[in-house]
Design a protein around this ligand. Structure first.
Ligand SMILES: N[C@@H](CCC(=O)N[C@@H](CS)C(=O)NCC(=O)O)C(=O)O
Length: 213
């Protein structure tokens, strides 16, 4: 009963790799670069027609995509790991809200950076599109930061680390990079640092990111 995770170092598969490690599930990691050579992209599209990672094959051979959905599913599938608020826990609504916010409002801006030609065929428009995506991402980080300003911590939902912390910690490493995140998201930073101090997360991060962010 093992999972197969298609991903690439530093890409969106990092959070799923961390979740699988944290719940103690057996998995095989298969590296496929969604932005790599055409043959590699074609191979990924035969598994996930969108051509994106993370793509996770479940033990029953079904295909799961969408990072937030995968994390929520793994958190619920392995409740003993304590990585997701139970369905009737008071933190559940906040957990779902921000998991989906990260996916829909922050991760989605990278879809523009990863392929502006998908949004407008004229290359002359791409610098404007990229600027807009970067600005939108920065605005959304600030909005999320403000929502957690004054939260008791040490993790986003309180005393225990959840997959929401893992998801934020992964994205905090992406463009424009950790220095900007430290600057713009001081209310989120303690949870990110506490998450990255977890030995299981730290080992996954060491495989995926250069130290220091
Ligand atoms: N909504 C998807 C987005 C996944 C995504 O954009 N992954 C990036 C890598 S971090 C990718 O595969 N980009 C290639 C592409 O969009 O063609 C998710 O949350 O899993």
């Amino acid at each position: 009963m093992a999972y197969t995770l298609y991903g690439k170092a530093g890409f969106g598969s990092v959070c799923v790799e961390a979740a699988l490690e944290l719940v103690g599930a057996a998995y095989e990691f298969v590296e496929l670069d969604p932005l790599g050579e055409a043959a590699e992209q074609r191979r990924l599209r035969t598994i996930n027609p969108v051509g994106q990672v993370p793509t996770l094959i479940l033990p029953d051979d079904s295909v799961m995509t969408e990072s937030a959905a995968i994390l929520i599913w793994l958190g619920d599938r392995y409740p003993e790991a304590g990585l997701a608020p139970a369905i009737d826990a008071p933190e559940r609504a906040e957990y779902l809200r921000w998991m989906l916010f990260l996916s829909a409002s922050i991760y989605s801006t990278f879809s523009i950076s990863d392929g502006p030609e998908r949004f407008h065929p004229d290359p002359a428009t791409h610098p404007t599109l990229l600027d807009g995506a970067n600005q939108r991402r920065a605005d959304m980080w600030v909005l999320m930061n403000d929502a957690f300003d004054g939260a008791p911590g040490p993790f986003l939902l309180g005393e225990t680390m959840s997959l929401l912390d893992v998801y934020v910690a992964m994205m905090s490493r992406w463009d424009p990079g950790r220095a900007d995140f430290v600057d713009q998201c001081p209310a989120l930073l303690p949870a990110v640092e506490a998450t990255e101090a977890d030995p299981v997360v730290a080992a996954v991060w060491a495989r995926n990111f250069r130290t220091g962010g």
